[in-house]
Write a protein that binds this ligand. Structure first.
Ligand SMILES: *[C@@H]1O[C@H](CO)[C@@H](O)[C@H](O)[C@H]1NC(C)=O
Ligand SMILES: *[C@@H]1O[C@H](CO)[C@@H](O)[C@H](O)[C@H]1NC(C)=O
Ligand SMILES: *[C@@H]1O[C@H](CO)[C@@H](O)[C@H](O)[C@H]1NC(C)=O
Ligand SMILES: *[C@@H]1O[C@H](CO)[C@@H](O)[C@H](O)[C@H]1NC(C)=O
Ligand SMILES: *[C@@H]1O[C@H](CO)[C@@H](O)[C@H](O)[C@H]1NC(C)=O
Length: 479
């Protein structure tokens, strides 16, 4: 045993002498290989260090990332695809753009550190379905918003994944500036993918985003899975929504753990007259096995920007802990659009203010030009097979006068009220529907009925996409 150890030691010494005499000051990086599952595998592989990247936490890697991706875009253009490996280290970077047939792969000990310098985020036009950014004064908000840290538009087949490697938004400075009104433009998100098809964002950890974390918009065939999203809870980190599918179709969100200062998942589709004109709904969305802690917001919110419509959302096996509300519909006069065919089942809630909340007077308009005759249609909302504990109010359901929310169905839901619960557990105005096996006893506008609530039996196409077993292999190399 001792003999072998000595031999190994001698070998190591000889090897390292050999290296340092051969090329002084040159670090030899370990070779690395890994397996992961993805919608598509890639033929070509490069490391950020091949493009001058330095993972010391202080060197800016914005140019290295963009150079790497531009280079790989050419190689991958024939569809063979390319993947960019980010090794262990702290990689400070500003915004960079992804490309098609491309995978960004983070090693488990890789941390992308988001620059806190506004100049590292190019200005983009406001989203057409929003007409303006959400932060900043109107005159600025209508001309620009900061690009997300990781941005992609008009892409096909793009993946951001890893071994739970980290993207650290370093949001504290942004939150402070936002609260002091010192920001001219809307804060960057961590990941925004726009006008794209076949998108996968999986197995990464997102920390302290300046604002929303993951924003797929105007995209279809999107898989988001295995994300851990963490930000301090409100009021420290304003608007740090977890995942915001926005005017997207055929989307699967699964196995995510989210603790944040705003809604864990917020389903959206544009704002007032801009969203109505753009008319692109979010539809065919499955959310499953989500665990959420959101003390001041919702586990799943629909809206408030829903002017392009939201239809066919299925959520199941959801765990809510210490959250303000379980499922919340937010809308207002002037939004137009619709929220239809929403199905939620098997949700477990522990310590909630409201299990169910619907708000018809959310307000918060893009500008003063919204159409007061544009009334949202809220119809066909089904909640079933749920247990909640330590709840302050079972439900607060507020439709719109002259525009009631209809077809609300709640079945097999048991809500355990908190010791200090409100005396009246349900308040309902301008809503209609029915209930079956619900306690405490619901309001009169949701009378008992014989039938239980529906849930679609056919899976969405995105749920049957089989991920492939991909591998990534980086040879030993010098830097
Ligand atoms: C990314 O693409 C957008 C839209 O094409 C562009 O405006 C922006 O400048 C690009 N960002 C970078 C860092 O090149
Ligand atoms: C991106 O796609 C959108 C929607 O199809 C289109 O309007 C826009 O012109 C495209 N942009 C680019 C740069 O190709
Ligand atoms: C990533 O995190 C999830 C959840 O904590 C864990 O189940 C999984 O094993 C982790 N994967 C890797 C490669 O570390
Ligand atoms: C019940 O909720 C209250 C807050 O409303 C919290 O302080 C308390 O710890 C919770 N109790 C349990 C048993 O979870
Ligand atoms: C009612 O919901 C609970 C909790 O999800 C579930 O365990 C139970 O099977 C449901 N009952 C029926 C009759 O579906």
């Amino acid at each position: 045993m001792k003999g072998i150890m000595t031999l190994v030691l001698v070998l190591l010494v000889v090897l390292s002498f050999g290296r340092s005499s051969e090329c002084r000051n040159v670090k030899v990086l370990d070779q690395y290989s890994s397996k992961y599952s993805a919608m598509s595998c890639r033929e070509h592989t490069a490391s950020i260090t091949d493009f001058g990247g330095v993972g010391d936490g202080t060197t800016s890697n914005t140019k290295a990332f963009q150079a790497a991706i531009n280079h790989l875009a050419e190689i991958a253009a024939d569809g063979s695809g390319a993947q960019l490996f980010v090794p262990p280290g702290k990689w400070l970077t500003g915004s960079f753009n992804l490309t098609s047939h491309f995978t960004l792969f983070l090693h488990k000990d890789a941390v992308l550190l988001a620059s806190q310098d506004e100049n590292d985020y190019p200005l983009l036009m406001p989203l057409p379905s929003y007409g303006r950014g959400r932060d900043g004064k109107e005159k600025d908000a209508i001309v620009g918003r900061y690009s997300s840290l990781i941005f992609g538009t008009n892409l096909t087949d793009v993946i951001v994944t890893g071994e739970n490697g980290t993207i650290d938004g370093q949001g504290a400075l942004w939150w402070k500036k936002y609260k002091k009104g010192q920001l001219k433009y809307t804060r960057p998100y961590l990941i925004e993918i726009m006008h794209s098809n076949q998108v996968q964002i999986s197995d990464i950890t997102l920390l302290d985003s300046p604002s929303w974390n993951v924003h797929p918009v105007y995209s279809s065939n999107v898989i988001i899975k295995g994300l851990t999203i963490i930000a301090p809870t409100d009021p420290v980190s304003p608007n740090t929504d977890g995942i915001n599918p926005d005017s997207c179709s055929n989307v699967l969100i699964e196995d995510c753990y989210i603790v944040s200062g705003d809604d864990c998942v917020a389903v959206k589709s544009g704002w007032d007259e801009f969203g109505i004109a753009y008319a692109m709904p979010t539809q065919h969305l499955t959310i499953r096995r989500l665990t959420c802690i959101s003390p001041d917001s919702a586990v799943i919110a629909l809206g408030s920007e829903m002017s392009g419509g939201i239809q066919d959302v299925r959520a199941e096996d959801i765990t809510a802990i210490h959250s303000e509300s379980g499922i919340r519909i937010k809308t207002a006069v002037g939004r137009g659009g619709f929220v239809k065919d929403i199905f939620v089942r098997r949700m477990t809630m522990q310590t909630m203010k409201w299990a169910f909340w619907m708000t018809g007077n959310y307000g918060s308009h893009a500008d003063d030009h919204y159409d007061p005759k544009a009334l949202p249609v809220i119809q066909g909302i089904s909640y079933s097979d749920m247990v909640a504990e330590n709840v302050t109010m079972a439900a607060r359901l507020e439709g719109i006068d002259g525009d009631p929310f209809t077809g609300i169905c709640i079945s097999n839901v048991t809500i355990g009220m908190a010791a200090k619960a409100k005396k009246v557990p349900w308040t309902c105005t301008d809503v209609s529907g029915g209930t079956n096996g619900v306690s405490p006893s619901p309001c009169d506008s949701l009378p008992g009925q014989a039938k239980t609530c529906p849930f679609p039996t056919e899976a969405l196409p995105i749920e049957s996409v089989e991920l492939k077993a991909c591998s990534l292999s980086v040879p030993a190399r010098k830097s």
